[in-house]
Design a protein around this ligand. Structure first.
Ligand SMILES: [Zn+2]
Length: 269
């Protein structure tokens, strides 16, 4: 017999509140990536693990409703298990969920993944050239961004495993003639790293027009990955990206405004 104690009910409530908060952050990430132009035709998706479970939140197939991701809301986020089975939500999950799930299975530290089709990063995959760590935002991609030499949709577990093998322990992967997958230890960090990847690819391309491309130094890479620069790389820039959200409320004035701007540091996942 199951005993429903008040403590049990409280724990369930807490879990539901936590999951709702995650869904809100995930919906927001979709709006921000759309507003930032990171997925032409607004196609792409972001996922997040539900902590302490084998479940993952991911976008529902709202593209089939002719919707733009600029209006992604909590109802558009659905729950799947780690093998891709649709558990909850009003619309079936995106077909390419296996790209997210197979990488998450192999890498416990990855709690969120962005799949997008940004122009410059994707172009490197088409040319078969690895994006190098260059510029202020490239350090996290050292020594280089791997490329998966396969141009079909990642819509089966087997294809997800190919992506998992190709990305190894890198932050990002370029899918040839398709797009990218970018990992993070929070929804916000995966979002930030996706913008950083596209900025790095642009910078690499521009530098290559001028002369030989030189990577940033090993010492700089180390400080971005492990030192105080890591904070600088991630949470210090979230406010910049958060204000891209069309639902972002602005303060009415710098002093004494009554609005509640949502551009502060992201809650940690
Ligand atoms: Zn895709």
């Amino acid at each position: 017999m199951t005993v429903h104690s008040p403590a049990h009910a409280n724990a369930k409530m807490t879990m539901e509140t936590e999951v709702l908060a995650l869904r809100r952050r995930l919906a927001k990430a979709h709006r921000i990536l759309t507003a930032g132009g990171i997925w032409p035709l607004t196609k792409g998706h972001v996922s997040a693990r539900i902590p302490g479970t084998e479940k993952v939140l991911i976008l529902g197939h709202i593209h089939s409703e002719g919707r733009s991701l600029i209006d992604t809301d909590v109802d558009d986020i659905v729950t799947v298990d780690i093998d891709g089975k649709w558990l909850e939500g009003r619309i079936e999950p995106v077909d390419e969920r296996f790209l997210h799930l197979e990488i998450m299975k192999a890498r416990p530290e990855v709690t969120s993944i962005v799949h997008a089709h940004p122009t410059y990063a994707t172009a490197f995959g088409i040319a078969g050239v690895n994006i190098l760590p260059v510029g202020n935002r490239g350090g996290i991609f050292a020594p280089q961004v791997p490329i998966l030499d396969f141009d079909r949709q990642i819509d089966t577990p087997e294809r997800g495993q190919m992506a998992r093998d190709a990305i190894g322990d890198s932050v990002a992967l370029v899918l040839k003639n398709h797009g990218v997958a970018v990992c993070g230890d929070s929804i916000e960090n995966a979002t930030i790293a996706t913008f950083a990847l596209e900025e790095t690819a642009q910078l690499h391309w521009i530098a290559a027009q001028v002369g030989p491309v030189q990577k940033i130094s090993t010492g700089e890479v180390r400080s971005v990955l492990t030192g105080a620069r890591k904070e600088e790389f991630y949470s210090h820039v979230w406010g910049h990206y958060a204000q891209l959200d069309p639902w972002h409320e602005r303060k009415s004035s710098r002093r004494g405004g009554s609005g509640s701007a949502g551009g502060g540091a992201p809650p940690q996942q």
